[in-house]
Ligand binder design. Structure first.
Ligand code: SF4
Ligand code: SF4
Length: 443
């Protein structure tokens, strides 16, 4: 019997149109906009100004604190300005505009694709390299990886869990990476294990990616320290707490981090970036992005330089269909609707999804019929209908007491509600307010 998490979960239609599309290198853009905040934590501080010449891999913004990440140029050319522009958040963000000229890389980066398996680096050296390379969680959470690898005093990592679940419908970037870059991925996993000083790693993969499961099982057949764990298909299994529960049976308590149960979770894309940073000296300047949608003529998985405008990806995938009703950065469950394709690919961009008009239309919200379905599917054991009501009425004390901050924003409640109530929209609003209140208390 396949493992999975126990509490809640839903089964959205998968629509993985790009699952058999090999990763293609996207042509270099003419210009890029690279935001200085592409991670959770303090924005990085720009080191360049208008007129500066930059090379691929050059640090152009330095981490602005402990929880922060360096930003590197993904192209070579001239900095045209350091200014504000809108990113996928819908808000103007400071970033660096670069006009592309050629493709000149920093000399220290190894650009050939030969597999480098051997490494002698110790834990500190690996963490330092990851820090320098600006690696963040590529699953979408964008938490700086070097911070995750340094558990707080009093806690100790016992195992590494690699997230190859990719439970968001439509997305296939991680699936393709596992199929096409398995050997590199395993080196990345060994590097992360060494950084954490653990001798066990699990790769959790949902059972709808049987080819990736088979391929990685074969690759680590002779290494008992890395185990592939096929999981039952259920959304949101890619949530850290759900994945830990599915793979190990351990339960992360409310308000606690995975390290509380001895686990550190990293996405497959992150493990691959770690391989490139440590073995090839390559900072995080590109990532795999799924570009997909029912009406798109060529759903694809592209290897894209950070800062590339999203419209270039959509053009390469056949152009924007006429029936487009909504554009989403990320997947349909956790992604964010964006107003235009004039936004850059950032470290956290896992996909661009084009929804046709009929599928994108919001249905009118009806009165709650107290069916309790939202409660049944909530993987965090919350009462979404109640959290929506208290957020609507701005009763923040009650929202906090009812653990609104535990919500992982998976959208399962909204997905399942027969009255089409915008539960997650209100819960997100409530989380924002309660988060502010909690932070102001700590000051
Ligand atoms: S309340 Fe949050 S965690 Fe629970 S189902 Fe809704 S979005 Fe997911
Ligand atoms: S699923 Fe919708 S209708 Fe049912 S209890 Fe929750 S909010 Fe109310």
């Amino acid at each position: 019997m396949l493992k999975t998490f126990k509490l809640g979960g839903v089964h959205p239609a998968e629509n993985k149109f790009s699952a058999d599309k090999a990763i293609e290198k996207l042509a270099l853009p003419k210009s890029v906009f690279i935001p200085v905040a592409q991670h959770i934590g303090a924005p990085a501080q720009a080191l360049v100004k208008k007129g500066d010449q930059v090379k691929v891999g050059q640090v152009i913004a330095k981490a602005g604190g402990f929880v922060s990440a360096n930003i590197h140029s993904s192209v070579s050319g001239t900095v045209t300005k350091v200014d504000l522009a809108t990113d996928a958040s819908g808000y103007p963000k400071q970033g660096i505009f670069i006009e592309v000229a050629g493709d000149e890389w920093e000399e220290c980066i190894v650009t050939d694709e030969t597999l480098v398996e051997r490494f002698e680096a110790d834990s500190k050296t690996i963490i330092d390299k990851i820090n320098e390379a600006g690696i963040v969680g590529l699953g979408g959470a964008t938490f700086p990886t070097h911070v995750k690898l340094m558990p707080p005093p009093g806690s100790k990592a016992e195992m590494l869990i690699i997230n190859g679940v990719e439970c968001e419908p439509y997305l296939t970037a991680d699936h393709r990476l596992m199929l096409e870059k398995g050997p590199e991925l395993l080196v990345g996993i060994r590097l992360l294990m060494c950084a954490l000083s653990v001798n066990k790693a699990y790769i959790g993969i949902e059972n709808n990616k049987k080819d990736a499961i088979e391929s990685l099982k074969k690759l680590c057949a002779s290494d008992a320290s890395i185990e592939v764990v096929p999981l039952k298909v259920k959304y949101p299994q890619g949530g850290e707490k759900q994945l830990i529960k599915a793979v190990t049976g351990r339960e992360v308590p409310s308000g606690a981090l995975p390290i509380a149960v001895g686990a550190v979770v990293s996405n497959v894309g992150t493990a691959f970036a770690v391989y490139e940073a440590v073995q090839k000296n390559k900072p995080l300047i590109e990532r795999v992005v799924t570009v997909t949608g029912k009406s798109l003529s060529k759903p694809s998985n592209f290897l894209v330089r950070i800062g590339t405008p999203a419209n270039e990806l959509v053009e390469a995938a056949g152009g924007l269909p006429e029936d487009t009703g909504k554009i989403i950065s990320g997947g349909p469950m956790m992604g964010k609707a964006v107003a235009s394709l004039d936004i850059p690919v950032t470290k956290g961009t896992s996909g661009i999804l084009i929804m046709p008009d009929p599928d994108a239309k919001r249905k009118t919200s009806q009165n709650c019929i107290r069916c309790g379905r939202c409660v049944t599917v909530c993987p965090m054991g919350l009462e979404p209908f109640l959290l929506m009501t208290v957020s609507e009425k701005q009763i923040w004390e009650r929202a906090e007491k009812d653990c609104i901050m535990d919500c992982i924003e998976c959208g399962s409640c909204s997905f399942t509600c027969p009255a089409d109530r915008p539960l997650l929209d209100y819960i997100r609003l409530g989380k924002g307010k309660v988060g502010q209140i909690i932070r102001s208390r700590k000051k």
